[in-house]
Design a protein around this ligand. Structure first.
Ligand SMILES: Cc1cc2nc3c(=O)[nH]c(=O)nc-3n(C[C@H](O)[C@H](O)[C@H](O)COP(=O)(O)OP(=O)(O)OC[C@H]3O[C@@H](n4cnc5c(N)ncnc54)[C@H](O)[C@@H]3O)c2cc1C
Ligand SMILES: NC(=O)c1ccc[n+]([C@@H]2O[C@H](COP(=O)([O-])OP(=O)(O)OC[C@H]3O[C@@H](n4cnc5c(N)ncnc54)[C@H](OP(=O)(O)O)[C@@H]3O)[C@@H](O)[C@H]2O)c1
Length: 552
């Protein structure tokens, strides 16, 4: 098959993410059969064997451009390049950073639905990981460029539609992340006492959408977290960390109050596969081992091979940490955590109306699976196990959805993988533009980056590398004189006015767009509010509060 022979560069990813990205591709193999052939082609570049892409048959693929995306920094003969970036998380900012340095006369308008920038760096990264937020210094540098405009408080698709923006841009980059979470699809999932990790994380980080959450941390002593990724470990750590250790972080004041009243003493993090397949990384596991006075319930050593040195390096390091555990045992400690393996949730159960337990079906490794291989598959057994719990957090991954109006704009969306189909480098592709129905062509001028490009996995460093790749292909395409958004053949057909032209339409709708200077005022006031409490910042937790402060 031609596609499989193509030598695509794979997206750059850090070692810990490689494992999970590979797992994501394998996890989705059953979905691919019903996906568009073009999407199957896309995934086929991830080195899947043809046998696991059941309905994909080889087509004649005629690449419309070179598969490499090497760029030159030579000035193009075209005028200036006007780009709309949708989303101000790491993907948007790192793409802007790279574009500004590679294309001399690019002008970037970055649209953000919230008044405040940085996406999950502000609203996802745990408050006790302040060093992770240092990437904001680079983003600040980007924003200082005279060729960069921040357009905050404008929700693309709702406050302004893509077709209104289109005439004024040469390119658009979708970097709007993943604003939903995956569901388990089991009975009782919506009971009081059951929360998605995304809403809980958003709540303690001050995301306006979740300020009404009021998690009932007083409901009982036992909490379960379903899923074993790093988000699950973040949730467990926040539930178990003594509140005084969080007070000087940028966690919100109301979260501190609720956590102070929490009765949670035990957190069990439950996975459907084994420890070798768990998605969390060693640093996060180690952190949980080092919260005084939280004990770790020893894991069953038979889940590991007799000689853990034979495991791949990443899994070996995790095994060392888990097998070592903590000095304190759960019996001697007021608080504890545990990892449960090979249990898939099948129902969440209530006593009166509140969650009281979760029932799991025990899983076992498939006959042909190597339990010590990180991609091993599991199958259900007949055994059911019910665990008491007064709180449960669903932490089985985030999910991107199509931006409002995206499909009408002609951009396809893969709802199963939760991505905008792309050529892996970041060019948005559509089957309707391919030379045949088994292929897909680039939608001129449209690009993507970050979680909406490759699915909701990867840390900031891998998102940065991925965004750099997207910026490089934009620069390459611009300099290679290929058609862009409004072009028929070479030469820009856009007005090039970008935000200058879109602005009045947004304001006419009663929307108040915010500039970088507006964000800096919010930032300054948040820091001042924090200083008085001995913390980094006290965030505003509603859009109304932010706008009112700016008006004051
Ligand atoms: C809970 C959690 C904790 C994490 N902790 C870490 C960590 O400690 N270290 C680490 O390296 N990585 C961490 N990550 C991963 C990291 O946050 C992601 O890799 C990264 O944020 C993805 O970047 P992105 O730009 O694709 O998406 P996002 O960061 O989600 O940014 C998307 C942006 O688009 C905006 N947007 C959405 N829709 C629209 C619209 N219609 N119009 C305009 N704007 C829109 C959103 O408001 C948001 O600002 C964490 C992830 C999560 C979920
Ligand atoms: N400190 C950090 O660096 C940090 C912190 C937070 C997040 N992040 C990053 O952000 C990304 C997203 O993290 P995440 O934790 O949301 O996702 P994730 O890493 O993809 O983990 C999802 C977990 O949910 C499980 N799962 C999925 N569907 C399930 C189901 N139906 N039933 C039971 N379990 C199910 C998965 O198990 P299977 O493997 O069996 O599917 C996996 O254990 C990751 O790349 C992560 O590293 C990093």
């Amino acid at each position: 098959m031609h596609i499989l022979r193509q030598q695509h560069k794979r997206p750059y990813v850090c070692a810990s993410c490689t494992r999970r990205i590979a797992a994501t591709f394998v996890r989705s193999r059953h979905d691919i059969g019903s996906a568009q052939p073009a999407i199957a082609r896309l995934y086929s570049t991830a080195r899947l064997r043809p046998s696991i892409i059941p309905r994909f048959t080889p087509g004649r693929y005629i690449p419309s451009r070179p598969s490499s995306y090497d760029y030159s920094t030579a000035k193009t003969t075209r005028g200036s390049l006007r780009v709309a970036i949708i989303g101000s998380g790491p993907a948007g900012f790192y793409t802007a950073y790279r574009l500004l340095s590679k294309v001399q006369d690019v002008v970037v308008d970055m649209y953000e639905q919230l008044p405040v920038p940085y996406g999950l760096v502000r609203f996802g990264v745990a408050p006790d990981h302040p060093e992770v937020k240092n990437c904001q210094d680079t983003f600040e540098e980007v924003a200082q460029s005279p060729r960069f405009n921040y357009v905050g408080n404008v929700h693309v698709g709702r406050d302004i539609d893509l077709s209104t923006m289109k005439p004024h841009y040469d390119a658009m980059l979708f970097s709007y992340g993943a604003s939903e979470d995956r569901k388990l699809g089991i009975p009782g999932e919506d009971l009081p006492g059951v929360y998605s990790a995304r809403e809980f994380v958003g709540w303690y980080n001050g995301l306006p959408e979740f300020q009404g959450l009021r998690p009932q941390l007083q409901a009982g002593e036992q909490a379960l977290v379903i899923g074993q990724g790093n988000v699950a470990l973040d949730v467990a750590r926040i539930l178990l960390t003594p509140v005084d250790a969080l007070r000087n972080t940028d966690i919100t004041e109301h979260a501190i109050q609720t956590l102070s009243d929490s009765r949670v003493r035990s957190v069990r993090i439950v996975g459907r596969r084994g420890p070798v397949q768990a998605a969390f990384t060693v640093k996060e596991a180690r952190e949980l081992m080092h919260i005084p006075p939280v004990a770790f319930e020893p894991i069953d050593p038979s889940l590991y091979p007799p000689d853990i040195k034979k495991l791949p390096r990443v899994q070996k390091r995790i095994a060392e940490v888990l097998l070592k555990g903590t000095k304190l045992s759960p019996r001697d400690s007021p608080k504890s955590w545990a990892l449960d393996f090979l249990k898939a949730p099948i129902s969440m159960n209530a006593e009166s109306t509140h969650l009281s337990s979760v029932t799991f079906r025990r899983q076992q490794f498939a006959e042909d699976a190597d339990p010590f291989n990180n991609l091993a598959r599991v199958v259900p057994t007949d055994e059911e196990i019910t665990m008491k719990a007064s709180l449960a957090f669903r932490s089985v991954g985030y999910k991107s959805t199509p931006l409002a109006g995206l499909l009408d704009f002609g951009v396809p969306f893969d709802t199963k993988m939760g991505i905008i189909p792309n050529d892996i480098h970041g060019r948005v592709i559509s089957p309707s533009l391919g030379p045949g129905n088994l292929t897909a062509g680039h939608m001129h001028g449209l690009y993507c980056a970050g979680w909406v490009k490759r699915g909701p996995t990867g840390v900031i460093a891998s998102t940065m590398q991925d965004a750099f790749t997207s910026a490089d292909v934009i620069a390459h395409d611009w300099q290679a004189d290929v058609p862009f958004l409004n072009d028929v053949s070479g030469g820009s057909g856009s007005t090039g006015l970008g935000w200058d032209s879109v602005k009045e339409k947004v304001i006419a709708k009663g929307i108040r767009p915010l500039s970088w200077a507006d964000w800096k005022r919010i930032d300054e006031v948040e820091r001042a509010r924090g200083r008085s409490k001995g913390k980094e910042r006290e965030k505003f937790v509603s859009v109304e509060e932010m706008l009112a402060m700016l008006d004051a």
